[in-house]
Design a protein around this ligand. Structure first.
Ligand SMILES: [Zn+2]
Length: 637
């Protein structure tokens, strides 16, 4: 049994969810108010017999204990697995001497950072030297509550203030160097405090543990103005968002995350009660940063300083944002390869521009009442991009116009919703004063050659019937996708012809398979950093997928479609059971309204099942003949 199954066996889903949501027994099920959307009548149902949960209300989500924890706490699969395994007392990997040593070192670095944060904080609040930092905070209108909440501090104007404090508490010079708290001078080999006479802002990870420090100058002529801890075993600025530990809950509640540029902006925002605000680490936003927030909400507002917003760097950052978000959305196969946001307008990035010369901190300090309006008026990324590019070109000239069109077209092509697209085409037409139809014709032209697997290579190996049985249809699907991503694209095209959506994570019921599908539909880099549990599942599937004998690559897409349809048929049949069960309980208690509601759910599931069964039927008459021919072709080989 794998660790995932072991965890599931040991943790009861009803008991687990009860610690987050008050549940009431309703016959054989348990009901409560959905924690993922606001509701007054409970439509969140937990099924003890299948150890699953489902919201039959607005959000329509569901899953097992893993998906519940991931969604509730905004965790990645690895993080959820770690927490649940600990709770269930399941060992994830037998600890090696090396991994234990690494963990111990990490723990010690964390403790050292916590000690340093307390030291800096004490100096700010209690020492005479800290007065200068206090005065600075007063000038920035940061109140004492914020000072406490963020544990702000002060670093002495000395070479070994922190160093000797930490040495006294058993942290060696080497450890302090490793944590980036000391700087070592090459010539003399001596080390001294990195942060001197600065305001100290502890930087925490998502769990709220101090992993680094940010430090701001207090003397006008000191440089740099902001100094962060360097890259250390604890701190990677590309993977950290300042304030996320405190903003998590508010982001989920507001269903919106506001990303600003500096930590002073975050302090002011939280102080003003806008707690859904986080900051990057002074570099362009990275995919990893956005991915962390995307677990909490699909609605992003980037509140950029006016001068940043118009700059090249900001546009690059936004384009990173787009790509990152697009990639983490479930893939929809098309002839262009895996295209990602199709039919899913649920990811929304907007850019708020602040008045010239202002940063968020200025607004929040001087006219906080304007903040909500600024966030509300944020422009969708396409409009923003259009305006930003427009500002860089002379739209009175033909060249300027064509450059703007060329810069904006790729974005417009990505919009799959025709109404939304028409809206932006209209905007663009106005900007360049060109007839809309001309623009539309330009957009209709296919942008690039479709991505296909390299032709002429040896045909991929196939899995025998026998192996398939042991392997399971989900695993078979995944292994095939791993071996030949092009087949997934072709399968998606056929599914579209059958009026069915392409292969998505929803086609996998197994937790590991679902996670793996999400992972492998991302670029290579993501696969490389897989969680060890996922990695070993991946290796297993790859290994099984590489075994001979060989199947014609032409046959693979058709086989994938059959598999997907059969899986869906099965899943939907099972899906009928759950609302029926809840409905029966409602009938028994005489709750007519509830009964009607669940009947309509049963009906809509039946309709979806009808479409799938029709597709299976269509393929059995027209598709099967072709498949047969292919099979015969294989025999000839
Ligand atoms: Zn819900």
């Amino acid at each position: 049994m794998g660790v995932v199954d072991e965890v599931k066996e040991r943790i009861d889903v009803v008991e687990f969810i009860s610690s987050y949501v008050p549940l009431k027994k309703a016959g054989r099920t348990y009901k409560g108010l959905c924690p993922f959307h606001a509701e007054k009548t409970p439509s969140f149902v937990v099924f003890p017999h299948t150890q699953t949960w489902h919201c039959f209300g607005a959000c329509g989500t569901g899953g097992d204990v893993f998906s519940f924890l991931m969604q509730r706490e905004g965790l990645s699969f690895s993080e959820a697995l770690e927490q649940l395994a600990r709770r269930a007392g399941v060992a994830l990997t037998p600890p090696t001497a090396e991994s234990e040593a690494t963990n111990k070192r990490r723990e010690k670095l964390l403790e050292m950072h916590a000690t340093a944060a307390r030291y800096f904080h004490h100096l700010l609040c209690q020492s005479a030297e800290g007065a200068v930092a206090k005065a600075y905070l007063a000038e920035r209108s940061i109140d004492s509550q914020t000072v406490e909440r963020f544990q702000l501090g002060y670093a002495l104007d000395a070479w070994d203030g922190l160093k000797s404090h930490l040495l006294d508490r058993g942290y060696s010079e080497a450890e302090q160097l490793e944590g980036g708290l000391l700087v070592s001078k090459e010539e003399s080999g001596r080390s001294y405090d990195r942060f001197r006479h600065r305001l100290i802002v502890p930087i925490r990870d998502r769990q709220g543990r101090v992993i680094a420090f940010g430090a701001r100058v207090l003397k006008a002529d000191d440089v740099p103005k902001y100094l962060n801890s360097p890259q250390t075993p604890l701190f990677d600025k590309g993977r950290t968002l300042f304030g996320l530990d405190m903003a998590k809950q508010a982001i989920r509640e507001a269903d919106q995350a506001v990303i600003v540029e500096g930590y002073m902006d975050v302090l002011s925002a939280h102080q003003q009660g806008h707690s859904n605000v986080v900051a990057g680490m002074g570099t362009a936003l990275t995919e990893e940063q956005l991915r962390q927030v995307k677990r909490l909400t699909k609605h992003f507002v980037l509140a950029l300083d006016a001068d940043t917003a118009g700059s090249e760097a900001a546009l690059r950052g936004i384009s990173t944002a787009r790509q990152a978000l697009d990639r983490s959305v479930e893939p929809v196969p098309t002839s262009q390869g895996l295209v990602l946001t199709e039919g899913r307008p649920d990811v929304d990035i907007r850019i708020a521009t602040l008045p010239a010369g202002c940063d968020p901190d200025d607004i929040l300090r001087e006219t906080p009442e304007e903040w909500p309006g600024i966030v509300d008026q944020a422009l969708p990324v396409v409009s923003f991009h259009m305006q930003a590019v427009a500002a860089q070109h002379d739209l009175e000239t033909a060249r300027g116009k064509s450059e703007l069109v060329r810069a904006v077209s790729p974005l417009l092509r990505e919009i799959s919703d025709p109404v939304e697209r028409a809206y932006y085409v209209d905007q663009l037409a106005r900007l360049v004063k060109v007839d809309e139809r001309v623009l539309l014709a330009d957009l209709e032209r296919p942008p690039a050659a479709p991505r296909r697997p390299a032709p002429g290579g040896a045909a991929g190996p196939v899995i025998t019937q026998e192996e398939r049985d042991a392997f399971g249809p989900e695993e078979y699907l995944l292994a095939s996708i791993l071996r030949d991503p092009g087949a997934l694209v072709a399968a998606g095209e056929e599914l579209t012809r059958l009026d069915c959506p392409g292969v998505s994570a929803a086609d996998f019921r197994d937790t590991l398979n679902r996670q793996l599908f999400l992972m492998v539909s991302k670029p290579e880099g993501a696969v490389a950093q897989a969680d060890p549990v996922l990695q070993s599942h991946l290796d297993f599937l790859r290994e099984r997928g590489e075994r001979p004998p060989v199947l014609s690559p032409h046959l693979l897409p058709a086989e994938l479609v059959s598999r997907v349809l059969r899986l869906r048929d099965q899943i939907l049949h099972e899906k009928l059971t759950d609302p029926r069960l809840v409905q029966r309980e409602a009938d028994e208690t005489g709750d007519r309204q509830e009964s009607v509601r669940y009947q309509s759910l049963v009906d809509s599931t039946r309709r979806r099942l009808g479409i799938v069964q029709q597709a299976i039927h269509k393929r059995s008459t027209t598709g099967r003949r072709r498949e047969q021919e292919e099979r015969e072709g294989l025999v000839r080989v």
